[in-house]
Design a protein around this ligand. Sequence first.
Ligand code: PMV
Length: 344
Amino acid sequence: MEKKYIAQWSCPSNIALVKYWGKLPNQIPMNPSLSLTLKNSVTTTTVSAQNLNAPFELNYLFHGEHNAAFSKRIQSVLETWQEHFPFLKNGQWRIESENSFPHSAGIASSASAMGALALSLCSIEHEILGTLNTSESFQRKASYLARLASGSAARSIYPGIVSWGTSELVENSSDEYATPLSIDVHPSVLHLNDAILIVDDQPKKVSSSAGHQLMNNHPYRNNRIEQANNNHKSIIECLTSGDFQQFSTIVENEAMSIHSLMMSSTPWYSLLHANTFEIINRIQYFRAQNNIPVCFTLDAGPNVHVIYPPNVKQQVESFIQTELKPFFKKYQPDEMGNGPEQLK
Ligand code: PMV
């Protein structure tokens, strides 16, 4: 009987503090970015393969059900990856995937989904070809492939604070894969929480890919590259010194900058809602009144990520429940986690 290969990985999503916005061909980022790998927002993917000489066939299930749109996307990612996984050209493949967070919760799932898929295929490569024997080569290949599928997914392969993009401040940094930060992070910011407030759970009206594309001819393109490089450098300094005030300034500047770039693109668009502004104004006021280390960031969408260290968890949670609740629909508490996990 033909051997059956099987691998299962869970991979978390990540939230960028310095944003990847704009790219060169082949998913090469226009600027370095830096993110926190989360704990609770994960995708678990099981990949099995058999009859590797048979013509290529894919059976994809999302939460146990056929999903034509996702299946098409996975098929196209696998085609892109064929040159890196020669065994992927043939065989009967079954891929099952599920998210720990509610579907269409407004949480970016492509980072966790593409991360889990890349890791599972690296495990299958290891099983078939006996390659990728060191954790460094394994993670690097997974990060490289995740990047080809969805840029920011490159960072989800590693736990903790992760950088992606060439930077003289990060050892072994590359535009092609992410690198975990090897600096001594100050204990006060070593473990951060991310309270995700879902303001709107509807699909975005403009995709991130379209947003990246609008950066190609953006009048502020060069300034953005310079700004992101400066913010990337400064945030690494804050993580070393534990200066949360400066950290908040940079994180919020990054969030508002990418949304300003969307608004100053041609054609312009905005993904922000009135409730996003209500929440971020209240966070700023709460911080100023109470002198509590808390700040916000935004992905390419209206949802607010409230970032704070664990020692103020009680105050921030109670603030969210009493003052922010009318302005969001769902709440997903998250925090920095230990990175992907191999389950099979
Ligand atoms: O990875 P993409 O192509 O979905 O782009 C992600 C862009 C942001 O989430 C807005 C920023 C980032 O660095 O994650």
